[in-house]
Design a protein around this ligand. Structure first.
Ligand code: S3P
Length: 444
């Protein structure tokens, strides 16, 4: 299943019996992108185990190769990177195709902005609708120049600058991608580059930059979290073990909570506190989720999640938790459909500029499947059915959005009539192996 296949691939899952089993999920997407990027700027050989081999990460690998890094796949999930050193990225000879991946685009723009090169970024129909102004603004302040499609969209051409100007940038949106773009640009910028985030977002860039030997400080102040990197650092190559992606683990966890009688364990899941919001919210809704074998892997907290089906109760999800589960709202909307009472989810403006408008697309699909919802400008209210099956009986559009496709596939596991996803190909961007995993748990 890859999106390079020519025709749409409809998908419909059902469960005729409780789901059970022990599964693993692919490596964390955010950490995989960053492993390749920092490895490409280190001097020497970085080795990565557990790299996510999804289309988004492969787009990052291809772009870095086009800029001179040596990147090779040695075995399943095992990759080696021969870096060119900070400041050593070369002029790519062709446009860089970012596919569906916002993370590749925004982080690579940052990485390249402080190099003397010109790069053109292109993407698919979904990515070409997404706002790039949020990275163009700070990178322009650092001296990079941009020719973008109106509205600050792809395709765009960026001309980097060397030496770039160090800046102090207060993030106008809670976005780890924007934060990371500025910090990565700061790597090859003389002096100190600072980002201030009022709401904490995923901190993989900070952890990994420090792990690769960059001089980075992070301090909590009344203004927010102040993160400073000293540029022109030399990065040391690393051996990285990528934990399982909590955003992918969300789907087997949800499947177990949706299908009565299920018991599922997901091994080796990253539970960095800037990423584990969904599991905290589900626990507050009454879900039985145990974190077993909690341990540290490569500086990231990792555990096995043991999930047992049981009744759930709708809650008001605090908006402050959104950044730590921003990619998990589509599947939370689905889980909420099986809770008793209403679940209110707000503060989610950012969901409207993901791979799709995830509020509108989920609202339309849930309504088509007979789930009672209220769409809000910044969120969704789901009126739960207290564990009763969803009516189903609809074909929903995934809009080139992997998480929409997987969310509706899970809804179909407990629906009176089938739920069909119009096209499952986008799932390959983040979760190759989703279908075999679901079949392994007993889904048909
Ligand atoms: C990501 C950050 C988030 C998230 C995306 C991955 C990252 O995006 O939605 O899937 O790896 O930094 P934003 O920074 O736009 O919130």
């Amino acid at each position: 299943m890859t999106s390079a296949d020519a025709s749409p691939q409809p998908l419909s899952l059902r469960a005729d019996a409780p789901l059970s089993g022990v599964v693993t999920v692919p490596g964390d997407k955010s950490i995989s992108h960053r492993s390749l990027m920092l490895g490409a700027l280190a001097v020497g050989e970085t080795r990565v185990e557990g790299l996510l081999e999804g289309e988004d990460v492969l787009a990052t690998a291809a772009a870095l190769r086009a800029c001179g890094a040596g990147i090779a796949r040695d075995a399943d999930g095992v990759w080696t990177i021969h870096g060119v050193g900070v400041g050593g990225l070369l002029q790519p000879q062709t446009a860089l195709d970012m596919g569906n991946s916002g993370t590749s685009t925004r982080l690579l723009m940052g990485l390249m902005a402080s190099h003397p090169l010109t790069a053109t970024f292109t993407g698919d129909a979904s990515l070409s609708k997404r706002p790039m102004g949020r990275v163009i603004d700070p990178l322009s302040q650092m001296g990079a120049q941009f020719a973008a499609t109106p509205g600050g969209r792809l395709p765009l051409t960026m001309t980097g600058v060397c030496p770039a100007l160090p800046i102090r940038y207060v993030l106008p949106v809670a976005s780890a991608q924007v934060k990371s773009a500025v910090l990565l640009a700061g790597l090859n910028t003389p002096g100190l580059t600072t980002v201030v985030e009022r709401t904490p977002t995923r901190d993989h860039s900070e952890r990994m930059l420090a792990g690769f030997g960059a001089e980075l400080t992070a301090e909590d102040t009344p203004e927010g979290r102040v993160i400073t990197i000293r540029g022109e650092a030399e990065l040391r190559p690393q051996a990285i073990v990528v934990p399982g992606d909590p955003s992918s683990a969300a789907f087997p966890v949800a499947a177990a909570l949706v299908v009565p009688g299920s018991r599922v364990t997901v091994r080796n899941v990253g539970v960095n506190p800037t990423r584990d919001g969904l599991f905290r919210v589900l626990t507050a809704m009454g879900a039985q989720i145990t974190r077993a074998n909690l341990r540290l892997v490569g500086g990231e907290p990792v555990c096995d999640l043991e999930v047992t089906h049981g009744p759930l109760t709708g809650i008001d999800v605090p908006p402050e938790i959104a950044p730590s589960m921003i990619d998990e709202y589509p599947i939370l909307f689905v889980i909420a459909a099986f809770a008793e009472g209403r679940t209110v989810m707000r503060g989610l403006d950012e969901l409207r500029v993901k791979e799709s408008d995830r509020i509108a697309v989920m609202a339309a699909g849930l309504a088509a499947c007979g789930v009672s919802i209220e769409e809000l400008p910044d969120g969704l209210i789901v009126h739960g059915r207290g564990g009763e099956p969803a009516p189903g009986g609809a074909t929903v559009a995934s809009h080139l959005d992997h998480r929409i496709a997987m969310s509706f596939a899970v809804l179909g596991l407990n629906a009176a009539k089938p739920v069909t996803v119009d096209d499952a190909r986008p799932i390959a961007t983040s979760f190759p192996g989703f279908l075999p995993m679901m079949r392994g748990l007993g889904a048909a």
